[in-house]
Design a protein around this ligand. Structure first.
Ligand code: FES
Length: 260
């Protein structure tokens, strides 16, 4: 079909976290601009399998931009050259005939490679397990009007809750910082009445786990915000820092008053 493209793919291949990886060059022809990026990779894998080679491993699930599983650095950019989209929502019309496309995994010591471009993001799960939830028994859902939430707080909580936990923020940051992710999760609960009773305990536990996992610290580069497919803003990092400082002072006071 006219308009279809011939492409050169340089895909990162790595057998496991310990193996030394490298790029494999794969030529593709007749790629439709209407395909999604992942459909292009499906075509590439069919070709590799027909040639008797191993399929290229990459993460995906919903292919609708909601689950946070897809995770490729495409030509140096997490989720590729489009803005506010995940890799599964990126379309081949963003590329042109004859292009070379370089595909790499999320690179971070806290995200070990499982195979090729599939990485283990269990570190994010462990951060959530450390405190990213509400554990108080709130009973049945009350009628909405009995628990008024200021509109501005509801909007901010909803903006933070848009984080799908894909890890693009970590991949984009030269410090491999997870602070955008953690701050979104800390903030969305801290803004709401149901999340407030545990907010100090939560922020201390989640930040401690983030540090344990080996993520770096934020040095205000804002690459995370630029790469985030859901438009999570670095203002949430400022909110998390405020929550963390308040929690540290409150806990220090508690310890001091118990000792006194
Ligand atoms: S596969 Fe679910 S967000 Fe991309």
């Amino acid at each position: 079909m006219s308009g279809n493209m011939n492409l050169t793919i340089k895909a990162w291949r790595q057998k496991n976290a310990q193996a030394r990886g490298g790029f494999e060059t794969i030529k593709l022809s007749n790629i439709s601009p209407d395909m999604s990026f992942l459909e292009m990779l499906d075509v590439m894998n069919e070709q590799l399998i027909k040639e008797g080679k191993e399929a290229f491993a990459f993460d995906h699930d919903c292919r609708e931009g909601i689950c946070g599983m897809c995770s490729l650095v495409i030509n140096g950019l997490p989720h590729g050259p489009d803005s506010l989209v995940t890799t599964c929502q990126l379309h081949m019309r963003k590329f042109k005939d004859g292009d070379t496309i370089v595909i790499e995994p999320w690179r971070s010591a806290a995200f070990p490679v499982i195979r090729d471009c599939a990485v283990d993001r269990g570190a994010f799960d462990r951060i959530i397990q450390a405190g990213g939830f509400v554990s108080i028994n709130t009973g049945n859902a009350p009628p909405a009007n009995t628990l008024p939430v200021p509109k501005a707080d509801a909007d901010r909580a909803f903006d933070a809750a848009a984080c799908i936990g894909c890890g693009a923020c970590v991949a984009a940051c030269k410090n491999a910082s997870a602070m955008l992710f953690v701050s979104a999760k800390v903030s969305h609960l801290a803004y709401l009445p149901q999340g407030k009773p545990e907010k100090q305990k939560r922020v201390l536990a989640m930040v401690e786990q983030m540090d344990k996992e080996g993520f770096g610290n934020c040095t205000n580069l804002f690459e995370c915000e630029a790469a985030c497919p859901k438009g999570i803003t670095v203002e949430f990092i400022a909110k998390m820092n405020r929550e963390y400082m308040c929690a540290t002072v409150l806990y220090a006071e508690k310890v001091y008053s118990t000792e006194a």
